[in-house]
Design a binder for this molecule. Structure first.
Ligand SMILES: Nc1ncnc2c1ncn2[C@@H]1O[C@H](COP(=O)(O)OP(=O)(O)O)[C@@H](O)[C@H]1O
Ligand SMILES: [Mg+2]
Length: 443
């Protein structure tokens, strides 16, 4: 059978030419591919290796033909997959680079290159911390903040995002740009970690908006503070009958005005605290205070309110009378006040709130616990309790008023004072215990 009949029609001229060239002694490739027709008429990709031989005095061509259709399909699929992966990496709007176990960059996309103004060839194979130099906000070098994200993702064996406080120094322009970074380990089939994928983006705009928002909140709260203060003073003098006798109805309405005013004042103060916290403008003025007496006074403040609801606050100090701590008086007690007020607020009438004060010399701290038998906190809300504006559905149902700022502010304050805050609750309707610690400092 003429060999050409095996060849797909469109490849016949090629094969014929190669054959003639080989006969003519020309240099032709020994191995190449073409499409062949199988017995059943199906076209298959093949690879041919052909060679001039002489056999028993006659010369001829020996050809080995191998069906490579499946291999080729596999290669094409692989190539397609690779192109797809590359297209994805290139098209995401974020900077992306991949590092190996030795922290050398093995791949990087255009956005990342544009960001630092570098060429791919100058970056591949280099350690990533030599390419991406991180700083703090002022531009002072901070040893590798990206590494902390990468390490966290490797330790947790999952993707990890850290948004805050990472700044990249752009060598060319000397600019410092805030970024958010997310890293995920590269894990292969045998579950081994072979490096990381790091994705980052410029968050300058987010940061600018967030600042603008904080400034707005701060200035609006300041503006509100003064008239609210004036209303408070004036209603108090009217209630005091400084300007003449008032009748029962007038007193009732003035009381309502006064209470609403107190709530608004409280809210404005919380907003001011939040904006001070966020612009790091909380100023602490540590003074020596008798911690036990301080808490007793605070409880006295609440006793009238508690009595109106038939509630009682039971205080048990487990330490000597004269223990002094050095701490910012106003902010520290603001935290405790918040916990006691929540305990009363989120508990039924005629319930009791238990406050305990203990000293743990070994841990070097005082611990205050505030325990109630109120609405409790569901496990699903645990992670949100200290976040800004968060209120549980139960809390909203039982008490419509509340800003969800108190605990957020309390946590920021107590952590700035070197302490901790947390809570325990057996769940919905089963009460809560909030804890605060504050370090013992020598005076
Ligand atoms: N003692 C408590 N018992 C049950 N839930 C509480 C308690 N304290 C705080 N919470 C929950 O935490 C949320 C946040 O508290 P907080 O920041 O003080 O805000 P607010 O009291 O203004 O809602 C509350 O809305 C409530 O859902
Ligand atoms: Mg509260």
């Amino acid at each position: 059978m003429p060999i050409l009949q095996l060849v797909a029609e469109y490849h016949r001229p090629l094969i014929l030419k190669r054959y003639q060239d080989r006969l003519a002694g020309k240099d032709v490739p020994k191995q190449y591919s073409f499409d062949a027709i199988r017995k059943d008429g199906v076209i298959r990709h093949t690879e041919i290796s052909a060679q001039q031989i002489s056999f028993k005095g006659k010369s001829g061509t020996m050809a080995i033909i191998r069906d490579v259709t499946d291999r080729k399909k596999g290669e094409m699929a692989l190539e397609k997959e690779k192109n797809r992966a590359e297209a994805i990496i290139e098209s995401i709007g974020e900077g992306l680079f991949v590092i190996d176990e030795d922290n050398a960059i093995t791949a990087i996309n255009r956005v990342a290159l544009d960001f630092i103004g570098a060429k791919e060839s100058n970056v591949l194979g280099k350690k990533y911390d030599a390419v991406f130099v991180t700083t703090d906000e002022s531009g002072a070098n901070v040893l590798d903040s990206i590494a902390s994200v990468v390490n966290k993702s490797i330790n947790l064996c999952s993707g990890f995002t850290e948004v805050n406080n990472i700044y990249l120094r752009i060598k060319k322009s000397h600019n410092v740009i805030p970024i958010s970074v997310c890293a995920a380990p590269v894990i292969d089939g045998d579950e081994k970690i072979h490096g990381s994928v790091v994705v980052f983006k410029d968050v300058s705009e987010e940061q600018r908006l967030s600042r603008a928002k904080s400034e707005f909140v701060s200035s609006a709260s300041h503006q509100l503070n003064t008239p609210l203060g004036a209303i408070k003073l004036l209603t108090e003098s009217l209630l005091n009958e400084d300007y003449g006798k008032i009748n029962e109805k007038q007193k009732e309405y003035l009381d309502l005005i006064h209470n609403s005013n107190v709530r608004m004042h409280q809210l404005v103060h919380e907003l001011l605290d939040v904006s001070r916290l966020e612009s790091a403008k909380l100023e602490f003025k540590p003074v020596n205070i008798n911690i036990k007496e301080g808490i007793e006074e605070l409880i006295k403040e609440f006793s009238l309110l508690a009595r109106e609801e038939g509630q009682e606050i039971v205080f048990t100090p487990h330490l000597q009378d004269n223990e002094m701590i050095r701490v910012d008086h106003i902010y520290f007690f603001q935290v405790i006040r918040n916990l006691i007020s929540n305990a009363l607020y989120y508990s039924p009438k005629a319930s009791r709130v238990f406050v305990e004060l203990t000293k743990n010399a070994q841990a070097g701290e005082y611990k205050i616990s505030v325990k109630d038998s109120g609405i409790g906190i569901d496990e699903k809300d645990r992670k949100n309790i200290f976040t800004k504006f968060f209120r549980t559905d139960d809390a909203k149902r039982s008490r419509t008023e509340g800003s969800g700022l108190g605990l957020y502010v309390a946590k920021s304050i107590i952590e700035s004072l070197g302490g901790k805050i947390w809570f325990e609750s057996k769940g919905k309707g089963r009460g809560s215990i909030f804890y605060v610690t504050i370090p013992i400092r020598r005076i």
